[in-house]
Design a protein around this ligand. Structure first.
Ligand code: MN
Length: 134
C-alpha cells in the first residue's frame, strides 16, 4: 500500500460531460479517511479545457509542462507555464486547460468537503469564452 505502482494503474480519458476536447487523467492518490487528499495529473491536448466548475474546499494546480490557461469568472484567461502554482479559492467558478496550440499538463490537488461533496460542474466553456485574449 505505501507504494502504489504505476504499472497497476491506467490512464483514463476525461468525460465529455466535464471537458471539451481530449483530456487524459492519471490518478496520483485518493486518500483514505481521515485524509481527504485527492491528486491527479491532467494532460490536455491543444484547445482542450474543463467545463466551468467550482471546488467546495478549493483546488491547487501545479503546472508541469506545456502552456496552459486558467480563467476565473468575470476575468480574462491567464497564461500558465511550468512551475506556476494556481491557488483556487473555495466555490469560485473557473476553468482550466491547454493553450489553443500547445499541450499542457498540471497536477491537480483538492479535497472533498466535510460532507463529502466534490467538484460542482457547470456548462462547457464556449469557443468565444475560451478564445478571449489573455
Ligand atoms: Mn478546477
Amino acid at each position: 500500500m505505501p507504494v502504489i505502482r504505476a504499472a497497476d494503474r491506467t490512464t483514463k480519458q476525461g468525460a465529455a460531460e466535464t471537458f471539451s476536447g481530449t483530456v487524459f487523467q492519471d490518478e496520483v492518490v485518493v486518500g483514505t479517511a481521515p485524509s481527504r487528499m485527492r491528486a491527479s495529473v491532467v494532460s490536455f491536448t491543444p484547445g482542450a479545457r474543463t467545463a466551468w466548475h467550482a471546488h467546495p474546499v478549493g483546488q491547487t494546480l501545479y503546472c508541469l509542462s506545456g502552456v496552459g490557461r486558467i480563467c476565473f469568472e468575470g476575468e480574462k484567461p491567464q497564461v500558465l507555464n511550468p512551475g506556476d502554482t494556481v491557488v483556487i479559492p473555495p466555490n469560485v467558478q473557473h476553468w482550466h486547460g491547454a493553450a489553443p496550440d500547445r499541450l499542457f499538463a498540471h497536477l491537480a490537488m483538492s479535497e472533498n468537503s466535510d460532507s463529502g461533496a466534490g467538484t460542482s460542474w457547470g456548462k462547457h466553456v464556449t469557443d468565444v469564452e475560451y478564445k478571449q485574449p489573455v
